[in-house]
Design a protein around this ligand. Sequence first.
Ligand SMILES: [Ca+2]
Length: 308
Amino acid sequence: MGLTSGNANGTMPTPSDYDDTWALPLLRDAPNVNVLGIVVTMGNGPLAQEMVVARESLDKLKMDVPLFAGAATWLPMVATEDYAGVDLSSSCVNDGVRFMADALGKNSDVTILATGPMTDVACLILAYPDEASNIKEIVALIGGKPGPVIYSGKPARDFNYSLDPRALSVILDESKIPFTAVTFEASSSAAMPTDIVRKLAASSDPTEAYFGRASQAYTDWWESIFGPTKPIWDAVPVWKYLHPEDFDCAPARYELQLGPPNLGSDKTHDWFIADPKADGRVTACMSFVDQAAIDRMNDAVLSSLGGD
Ligand SMILES: [Ca+2]
């Protein structure tokens, strides 16, 4: 958040979305939640710059949570080997993946809230399969119903999938970890008016003013493409974790169209289809139960941004 350029891991000149950081104080304010750590993955921006703004945001929120650098780039499209045929998959490991493996070795009942590209979660599975098998559940912002990804009548994309398609395949096809997809349909239904950002920027509360100012560049870009409403996408899987009763979820099957990272949604896709015959290991949450549930979440996001 707060990056005025460098979207899509630095491959676009446009600003970076701020939704990850707006979701953080929901966790800070939730009772009975112990945040073991935060791993930053490339995506909204390049990793090094994302780390700077993640540190700033945690300080503004007075969140004393361990912060780790995760993946600086996506996984290769296929597993890579050296000249002798030795599998180099585990060379994806970084500080964030080591932290997750260590935490899973010391704790049970660990849920991973995956609100970016799935790169580091996939790397954990590739490099530390025993520790990864200890994950209670992965709750991810990813996937959608079959068909094109559209927001406000304009083509959009499943950002978290498109930035690393193979990573989701590793999680779904190469592990048995319980997986919940909070889909585009659910997350895009929870839009807020974009003028809230200007109101926050003008607030006398310094924390609100920080979040408003830091979110303005992306808001201006978003409004020019999609108009005057925008979802705080990453708050939705966090809210699903905190308030499962607010969502309609069902056992699902999935269909992945793999391909190179960072293509439009007409080239790769990750579809989730509710299926009563599915074994229940994969769940899709494709809507909130009602508008009141959406309002509760958005109200909680805004009140959690208030500081002093
Ligand atoms: Ca995100």
